[in-house]
Design a protein around this ligand. Sequence first.
Ligand SMILES: Nc1ncnc2c1ncn2[C@@H]1O[C@H](COP(=O)(O)OP(=O)(O)OP(=O)(O)O)[C@@H](O)[C@H]1O
Length: 264
Amino acid sequence: MLAVETISKTFNPGGVNERVALQEITLHLKPGEVVTIIGGNGAGKSTLLNCIAGVYPVDRGRIVLDGKEIHCQQEHTRAGSIGRVFQDPMLGTAASMTIEENLVLALRRGRSKKLRRGVTRKERELFRERLELLGLGLENRLSTKVGLLSGGQRQALTLLMATIAMPRLLLLDEHTAALDPKTATKVLQLTRTIVEENKLTTMMVTHNMEQALSFGTRTLMLHEGRILLDIDGPQREKTRVPDLLAMFEKASGKALGNDRMLLA
Ligand SMILES: Nc1ncnc2c1ncn2[C@@H]1O[C@H](COP(=O)(O)OP(=O)(O)OP(=O)(O)O)[C@@H](O)[C@H]1O
């Protein structure tokens, strides 16, 4: 489904600010697999997602989605099959556009017509139906500008936008981290429902180790641009947070360095 084969990425190569972010990462995801990703500060988690989404080109290696090589494609081309939600609720939506306009763009992403034709009745019905599932009352506010929504409402909308066109792959980069605990729980629950109901192949970066073990079916730990741990099935089921910490220390020879992770 997704094959990431020996990809490497170094920022500012040869310069004083050289940063090796990914080192020969190889990863295969089955259809419908839901993978959580954890790791210390600067481990390469966001870079991995960004390289898959096409924000950064890889230096070496291949990325294949549904049998098609995508690592040479532009980010906007990949956006037709990859949905994303970032940490910052302000990033995934256009503030000056209405909820409906944002949803139309998301639904027609990767298609040529975009906003050229008006919103059809069928599309509007779909938006109302999906917004209702969020339980935030947004189904009656289709003409409200997105800039007027709260961070939580906006992030829930971003999640809906990222999934409304049924992406082949969903990338979530700490998408609940900037929300208050109650809203974060709600958005995570929504994520779970949307991912499960649509059997979406998903990669979710989180700094919350409990969440990493309870969400989805497989957990990866990155360290210094490499995959340090990759657990699923019965091994993952019996793994607890202290085990993760111990595994990390054993494999890397260091204590886990991620302030937010340890505080979560
Ligand atoms: N655009 C960039 N330009 C230069 N260096 C970068 C860039 N993005 C990431 N890096 C560097 O690449 C390395 C990996 O960063 P990345 O953001 O992927 O880590 P992360 O695991 O997501 O960390 P965190 O949990 O702290 O967000 C770090 O050394 C970081 O400083």
